[in-house]
Design a protein around this ligand. Structure first.
Ligand code: TYD
Length: 238
């Protein structure tokens, strides 16, 4: 992680870890992110759950403008600036201080969302978005960037009961492009992103996620089982 405004996330062992869950709509990220927070807390790891855009007063105001106020016209480039502005505030105000205090951060969406929604599906220049992301984050990179993926058909049907936000209102073709772009980015950059199949049961997905998180855990907690692993072990014993 690089320095930002003179505030550098430390590299010492007690520094918190930064985990991101990203992916197309309806992949189950938010549910899994909540689960991850509770499992980490159960192991005694203080964990902050954040979502993008949001997590700060400015970020929540930008979120409203971006997602709810659909009567306000925004080009994809303007969207990109607004998502990045919310991100810059979140990194400075919340993420860096938390990591430096030893708190772990689980964040629902991060830079890949802007690359996918505004650039690859939305048409903004890809390199421009990468540069904006580098500026907004000051080089702060997740320790694990997990991409929870489901085909857009499943994603759309899982979300059918909910009102569309501005992005979802762009239609099925846009959502198909989004899902395809998440997958191809994750496949092309395996050292940066871990692609996780989100089409299984919530329990199956949890196991896949946990496998990715375990290597980050302090050694003394690595062998501990998750609640569901404990339940399975008990039911096999009886
Ligand atoms: P999210 O909170 O995951 O929506 P929901 O709670 O409805 O699952 O994400 C908000 C929306 O913002 C989602 O449609 C994706 C979009 N988004 C972008 O287009 N660009 C970005 O950079 C980010 C972070 C989100």
């Amino acid at each position: 992680m690089a320095s930002r405004n003179g505030r550098t996330p430390g590299k010492w062992a007690s520094r918190g870890r930064f985990i991101v869950l990203d992916g197309p709509d309806g992949a189950g990220k938010s549910t899994q992110a909540r689960w991850l927070q509770s499992e980490l807390e159960r192991l005694g790891i203080r964990t902050l759950l954040l979502r993008e855009p949001g997590g700060t007063s400015a970020g929540e105001a930008i979120r409203k403008l971006l997602l709810e106020q659909r009567e306000v016209g925004l080009s994809a480039l303007t969207e990109a600036f607004l998502f990045q502005a919310a991100r810059a505030q979140l990194v400075d105000e919340v993420i860096i201080p938390a990591l430096n205090k030893g708190t772990w951060v689980v964040c629902d969406r991060f830079t890949l969302s802007t690359l996918v929604y505004q650039a690859l599906a939305g048409g903004v220049d890809e390199q421009a978005v990468e540069i904006m992301s580098a500026v907004a984050t000051g080089g702060v990179e997740p320790d694990r960037y997990l991409v929870l993926w489901v085909p857009s058909k499943i994603g759309i049907s899982r979300r059918a009961h909910r009102a569309n936000d501005r992005m979802e209102a762009k239609g099925e073709k846009f959502m198909r492009d989004v899902a395809a772009a998440f997958r191809s980015q994750a496949e092309r950059n395996p050292s940066r992103y871990r692609l996780i199949d989100g089409s299984g049961t919530p329990e199956e997905v949890r196991q896949l996620l946990w496998k990715q998180i375990q290597p980050l855990l302090p050694v003394q907690t690595r062998a501990r089982k998750t609640k569901s692993q404990e339940r399975r072990a008990k039911s096999q014993d009886s």
